[in-house]
Design a protein around this ligand. Structure first.
Ligand SMILES: O=C(O)CCC(=O)C(=O)O
Ligand SMILES: [Fe+2]
Length: 280
């Protein structure tokens, strides 16, 4: 059977302003336990019968398309980030590993670029419970916006900011394609599956996710990041968020949006795009 291609899908967005901003800042979002158990089990059985690193035939299975690719929680998050009528995956990988295994090297996937746009999402699905012993994917939060060389990664090892995506069966995590990640070291014995695929934008960016009229964009919270210049992550994250809103990003730098402040003055922060202002 020929594989389905160029299929678009639409549904209601589920993320609000704070969650979309958070995604721009962190570069990933984990949705735990969102896929039904029977779909998880069928996926593992399918992968055992088709142990290829690229099990394309699973894209012809309605139970997989409906339960995973159009999963209401995952698709709602994708709809929030990529806009209406996004394109569902027509390619798929399985990072299927015989555990135990050593950790992979930190990397961005091939084709990563630095951009203020979000035209696609790289998404991972765990059909089995994936414990720390099974070597879950490890992610460096915020690394999707860092222009860095590999010596940055050596530094990261020291400050231990990595996140292990330990998750129950049926978990899906969305990432900005360029995020630094690796397969973690596993000590467990058995086969671990990790399905990976991309969704693509077809719509112009606009702030048409779940709007929170009370959300204050000025002076966002900016947790400290040991070892890095303050607000270095916030600036490209805010530029990306402004692009998603269909707003012009005014790069004023300094204390302008999006630098944080312990107290929130009751004015709009200089540099906040006009469509996000409350007071003017
Ligand atoms: O298996 C994993 O956890 C990640 C694998 C990966 O990132 C890759 O092979 O590109
Ligand atoms: Fe990778």
């Amino acid at each position: 059977m020929p594989l389905p291609t160029n299929i678009t899908y639409d549904c209601e967005p589920t993320l609000d302003d704070a969650q979309v901003y958070e995604f721009c800042r962190e570069g990933y979002l984990v949705l735990e336990d969102v896929v039904d158990n029977d779909v998880n089990e069928r996926t593992v059985e399918f992968c055992d019968r088709n142990p290829s690193g690229q099990p394309l035939e699973i894209l012809n299975e309605d139970w997989f398309v409906d339960g995973v690719l159009k999963n209401p929680s995952a698709a709602g998050a994708v709809r929030s980030l990529l806009g209406k009528d996004f394109k569902i995956p027509d390619n798929i990988s399985n990072h299927r590993v015989e555990c135990p295994d050593i950790a992979q090297g930190w990397h961005r996937d091939g084709g990563s670029i630095y951009t203020d746009r979000l035209d696609y999402l790289q998404v991972f699905y765990y059909p089995q419970e994936t414990t720390a012993e099974m070597g879950p994917t490890e992610i460096l939060p915020g690394s999707h916006v860092r222009r860095c060389k590999s010596n940055f990664i050596n530094h990261v090892r020291n400050v231990k900011v990595r996140v292990k995506t330990v998750a129950p069966a049926g978990s899906i995590f969305l990432t900005v394609y360029s995020i630094w990640h690796r397969r973690g070291k596993s000590t467990w014995t058995g086969v671990r599956n990790l399905i990976k695929y991309n969704y693509w934008r077809t719509a112009e960016p606009s702030r048409d996710w779940v709007i929170d009229p009370d959300h204050v964009f000025s002076w966002p919270e900016t947790p400290p990041e040991p070892g890095f210049e303050q607000f270095r992550r916030e600036i490209p994250a805010a530029r990306l968020f402004a692009w998603l809103c269909g707003e012009e990003y005014e790069h004023v730098g300094g204390q302008g949006w999006p630098c944080g402040s312990p107290r929130t003055p009751e004015t709009d922060q200089p540099g906040l795009p006009s469509g996000l202002r409350r007071y003017s």
